[in-house]
Every structure is written in C-alpha cells, then in structure tokens.
Design a protein around this ligand. Sequence first.
Ligand code: NAP
Length: 259
Amino acid sequence: MEPRMFDLSGMNALVTGASGGIGSAIARALASQGARVAVSGSNAEKLRIFRDELDEHTPQHLQQVDHVAIACDLSKGEEVEKLIPAALDTLGSLDVLVNNAGITRDNLAMRMKDEEWDAVIRINLEAAFRLMRAATKPMMKARFGRIITITSVVGATGNPGQMNYAAAKGGLTAMSKSLAQEIASRGITVNCVAPGFIRTAMTEVLGDDQKAALNARIPMGRMGEGEDIGAAVAYLASREAGYVTGQTLHVNGGMAMMS
Ligand code: NAP
C-alpha cells in the first residue's frame, strides 16, 4: 500500500473533552488517520457511548485497534494528576496529547465572580499545565511527542464578557511556546489550534441575532464545524508536521487574520 500523508497508525493519543463538539471531531479525525485514541471527559457514560462510536472511524485494515475511555474531572487536581499515568497504563505509550476540554463562565468584568474566574482558570489553564507536565517525561524518553492545545481566537483578540476565558486561552498560548522551546531538541512539538466560532454546544447558547452578527464578521460567512478543527489537529499530530513547533494554527474562516 502507498504510504499516506498524515498517517497516524501506530500512534497513541489522549484527547480531553472528547465527548464535546470539537473534542469528538478531533478524536474521530485522529482515529480515521489510524491512531489509537483514549477519550477523556468528566461524564463516564457519555464517554463510553462515544468510545463505541469511534470504532466506526477506524480504517478497515486497523480494525483490531481498540480505543479506550478514561473519565477524569479536570476541576480536581488529584484526578488530573492520575490521567496521564492511566493513559500510559492502558495505551502502553503516549505519542499525542490534545488538551481540548474547556468551559466558559462569561460575565462582564465588574460582575465577574471569583468562582467564575477560578473555574475557568482551573479547568482551561491549570489542568492543561498539569497534563503537559506529566506527558513531557515519557515523551522525552521516547524522543517523540505531539502536544496540541485548543485555544481560541479570543485569546489573541480579547472579547467583552470573557476576561477569564481570554486570560486562560492567552495563557495556554504562552505556556505552549515556553514548553516548545524546552523540549524541541527531543523531537517533541508543542502547538495550538485556535478555533473561531464553531458550531457546538458551547455556541448553541447564542441567540439567532448573535449568530447572524457573528457570521457577518466572518469572511467565509458561516460558523466552522468540529471537522475543521479535527483536520488541523490531525496535521499537527502527524510525522509530517515535525518541524512545526511553538505555533498557533488559526482556524476561523478568516474572522481574524494573524500575522
Ligand atoms: P463543548 O461541546 O461544551 O465540550 C466541552 C468538553 O469539555 C466536553 O467534552 C466536556 O466533557 C469537557 N469538560 C468540561 N468540563 C470538564 C471537566 N470539569 N472535566 C473534564 N472534562 C470537562 O465545547 P466545545 O465547543 O467542543 O469546546 C472544546 C474546546 O474548544 C474548548 O477548549 C473551547 O474553549 C474551545 N473553543 C471552542 C469554540 C467554539 O466556538 N465552540 C471556539 C474557540 C475555542 P463532560 O461533558 O464529560 O464534562
């Protein structure tokens, strides 16, 4: 068989927030390129159902690949610390870590409660730090790794009502660039994918008027789909992306064009 570009067969990946709109599309994209995927989220039942669905996306010649589900509440530091060891235990190795899980607790600055700030920083930023720290050691030993974090266009542009969320996303970007410099020489790349507005449960809460106003700001005239993000992650996870590190790939229909 001709070698395919972006073939991930033989790679083991962990995806957080894999039961959500973007995370499930990322897991499907990685599985369809041949990776074995450990899907994680806080709701064990949702995860189990998704794990079973994932088999349908595995290429025919890799039907023996069994994907796994590992529940973990990322708001609890002690649970987060156990996630990478659990993934290593079940998968045997970890080639790709995708930090995708995230929440919003929007409020204008003057009204933002400490709990809203804390929850977003803990789940979106601190959990990703703990997972990156834990994944680094086995990846360094293997002299190969791909760490990919899902940030957001608002981490670069800011957004009213999202001081907490924008701070977390901007922090993830800076954190990834720092780690990228620490471990580049070991064959490990650390990158971000920054979605614009993507059709998922997170954006379903927006009213029709808000969606129309947003679409008017997007040159492509539509919201993105989870698959648009999944494809970007599959590329960054691939062997072909081995010379790309410390970067952010913006996937936003042209809504914000970063230099
Ligand atoms: P979503 O559909 O709401 O999914 C969120 C995921 O995060 C779910 O799988 C959820 O799993 C998980 N999660 C939430 N709290 C958790 C916790 N305490 N512990 C473990 N997992 C938890 O959101 P999405 O739109 O797919 O967003 C995915 C990522 O993309 C986020 O980082 C988000 O900030 C980013 N993003 C989204 C957009 C967009 O337009 N949708 C734009 C830019 C960036 P459980 O339900 O099992 O807890």
